[in-house]
Design a protein around this ligand. Sequence first.
Ligand code: GAP
Length: 451
Amino acid sequence: MSEPVTMDKIVSLSRRRGFVFPSSEIYGGMGSTYDYGHYGVLMKNNIRQRWFEAMVRNRDDIVAIDSAVILHPKVWEASGHVGGFSDPLIDCRTCKLRFRADKLEDSNCGLKPSKRPGQTPECDLTEPRQFNLMFETTVGALQEEGSRAFLRPETAQGIFINFKNVLQIARRKPPFGIAQTGKSFRNEITPGNFLFRVREFEQMEMEFFVPPDEADKWYRYWIDERLNWYRRYGLRDSNLRVREHGPEERSHYSQGTSDIEYDYPIGWGELEGIANRGDFDLTQHTEHSTTKLEYVGQDGERYVPYVIEPAVSIERIMVAMLVDAYDEEIVGDRERTVLRLHPLIAPVTAAVLPLIGKNDEMVAKARGLYEDLRRRHSVEYDDGGAIGRRYRRQDEIGTPWAFTVDEQTLEDDTVTVRDRDSLAQERLPIASVRDWIEAALERDWKSPKES
Ligand code: GAP
């Protein structure tokens, strides 16, 4: 691929092919807010499923939970979010724009965008003020004292407040984990870069409760596990790195944090964070709720477990995977755009195409195959237009395999399968297509872009 992948190319493809739309467009749009179209939903589902398999289904030591978005307001006092989840903000009285005080060097003046805020004589900046990032709401009919609540800014707290339930009902003993996926909300001051920083996003978090003296071992373990998950699902090694936070950078709860970073078109940025939260959360909730959140063994051993937390959003993964997969190349004398996504991430697993869309026999065979495959997989049927164009449509959404029904199918019940990346074609009996797909999905996969 000759040119670098830009965020603009990803945004444009996402929109053109219905992965992601700017939200509320008919009302003039709502900045940095997005709606997911059909292929975006399918891809998000796949990312969530792969995460859930790795974190819950394929393990004996992690269980799932799905807590409420609006929790008791005291949860956020105990967690430190009411007091401390804020960014320092500066307003400009002249241009009326608002900037993050700690990011002034990355911001542009509202009057002269080539300058930084404060660099022109007209700039009239306020002193920094703390701005809490939680969205507030009121619960019930009356806006009165005690009705104030928050949309959760992380899913993690819904896990901590259920620690005792899981310990008792699921009869768990550290080390064990609780995993949750769901929407989180933050009133980000400087959202942007497509889905990278948005105000509502779907988090996938897992809190792993361990004996305190094992915390460092598990912290390292989860960094490796998560890094390997990204490699398994096709992100190239050269675009991934682990960066350990310095003490001044860590959140209030953290005893150690590492980011798995991805080399986005905007530069290296946080994809996922892995934190050693120590006993901060369970201790805080014990103090604020007066319910003791600790582990008590049958032999009387008791302690407050430490927590290791891998936390990520589907949005950050989606951008990284789209960027990593995006390719443009000349095939024959035609240009094609192709998403070289891992087959278990691609929104559509296979396309079924009759070579001639007006041939009733071919259509009947192709529809039969399509009906059979769709019971197990995400499959698309397409009989509209020239076959080359139909292949290109599938390439653009990352469909790894296209099965074509042609004249020979009518004679011997075989079809061709075309590979999205190599463009190689092979023939196989129509009756074996299902098994062929199952076997292909089982195989290890490596990005063809990896040199
Ligand atoms: N429970 C810990 C926690 O929430 P965080 O570093 O604030 O830690 C965890 O967020 C992950 O959530 C990040 O690594 C990133 O993947 C994702 N994330 C955070 N803010 C986001 C935003 N505004 N838009 C998209 N994803 C976000």
